[in-house]
Design a protein around this ligand. Structure first.
Ligand SMILES: Cc1ncc(COP(=O)(O)O)c(C=O)c1O
Length: 360
């Protein structure tokens, strides 16, 4: 056995690296990115702004200006602050690392965002997944029973959920938060909030065990890698201790501060994407062999006759979606498709129609 295999933890050896497919020359509908780039004038102004950044200096460690802008623009309640992450991926990892007491458990409904289970495992926590119902809605009684049984330190609830697009009712989230009040924290992950009908952000003052997590990625800044989360000062202070120092680089901080002054542009893009989601759902409803699950996010989950074959046919048409058919039994023959521009959505629908014909 090689030295590295001897010293690396077995659960790490057993994992494969996070796989990202090559998307060169593809219509890229696999990662829930905003398809709209920055207008030319804004690019030039952003370039000039970034040219002023002192690359020879470490970031200001408090990130005070950026945090204040985030609180102001994203509805963080008065008296609450945020913690920043290099993407919300890093915040998820920080939550797990901080709470990984021996024997501690993380619970989440499944299928959901894979990083909850992976981060728990890497932190040495037990992960318990509670299956959604067949219609991909939340099985609240099963989740509450699991909380009673396992007394988890953390519950992650992605709302809307990835990869299903499901929206969990606020009353259900409140029941989970209350059931967790004497054992752990509930992280409501609102990564897709710009496309969703609600938020728990304004309810933070009511619940001392609630954490609301968001990302700037889906709004249009995936390349910046910026996530934020809000909770009581006591919670943020403890999680901050496991944050790598200077985790937000100066270019990301400066770009985000600049872009936050242009938020209406990105809000308008999110509105457009929601309109396109309705158009896409209407087009999908005309395809009898396809089932589209309701979505409150910037993607749609569809069930097709054979997801492997359709995925490969779409690739031949230069369309890249995500084949989630093998991720969980509930997702058998499912593909996840990002809602994009009218042109790209049309290319996808045309290619899907052709693929369905070819695999008849
Ligand atoms: C529910 C959910 N949370 C968090 C993330 C991570 O986002 P990022 O690391 O880009 O901030 C994703 C990414 O797809 C997601 O789907």
């Amino acid at each position: 056995m090689s030295l590295i295999k001897k010293i690396v933890r077995p659960e790490v050896l057993a994992q494969s690296s996070y796989y990202v497919p090559d998307s060169k020359n593809m219509v890229k509908l696999d990662a829930m990115e905003n398809p709209y780039g920055l207008p030319e004038s804004l690019r030039a102004a952003l370039g000039a702004h970034l040219a002023q950044v002192a690359l020879n200096r470490y970031p200001v460690p408090s990130y005070r200006t950026l945090k204040q802008k985030i609180c102001q623009h994203f509805g963080v309640p008065s008296g609450f602050d945020v913690l920043l992450g290099n993407g919300s991926d890093e915040l998820i990892s920080m939550m797990s690392v901080a709470c990984a007491k021996p024997g501690a458990t993380v619970i989440a409904p499944i299928p959901t965002f894979v990083m909850y289970a992976i981060s728990a495992q890497f932190a040495g926590m037990q992960f318990v997944g509670i299956p959604l119902r067949a219609d991909l809605s939340l099985d609240l009684p099963a989740l509450l029973a699991a909380i009673k049984q396992h007394r988890p330190a953390l519950v992650f609830l992605a709302n809307p959920n990835n990869p299903t697009g499901s929206w969990f009712a606020e009353e259900d989230l409140v029941q989970v938060i209350q059931a967790m009040s004497d054992c752990g924290l509930v992280v409501v992950d609102e990564a897709y909030q710009p496309f969703a009908p609600g938020t728990m952000m304004s309810r933070l003052p009511e619940f001392s065990n609630l954490v609301v997590m968001r990302t700037a990625s889906k709004l249009g800044w995936a390349g910046l890698r910026l996530g934020y989360m809000s909770a009581s000062g006591e919670i943020l202070a403890e999680i901050d201790k496991v944050r790598p120092p200077y985790n937000i680089n100066v270019l990301t901080a400066a770009a985000a501060e600049f872009l936050l002054d242009h938020l209406p542009l990105f809000d308008a893009q999110a509105t457009q994407i929601c309109e396109q989601r309705s158009e896409l759902m209407a087009a999908l409803s005309n395809l009898p062999s396809v089932h589209a699950f309701p979505s409150q996010a910037n993607f749609v989950l569809i069930r097709v006759p054979n997801s492997e074959q359709i995925f490969n046919k779409l690739l031949e048409h230069k369309i890249l979606v995500k084949n989630v058919g093998k991720m969980h039994d509930l997702l058998k023959d499912c593909l996840r498709v990002t809602v994009s521009t009218p042109d790209e959505n049309r290319l996808f629908i045309d290619a899907l129609k052709a693929a369905l014909k070819q695999t008849d």
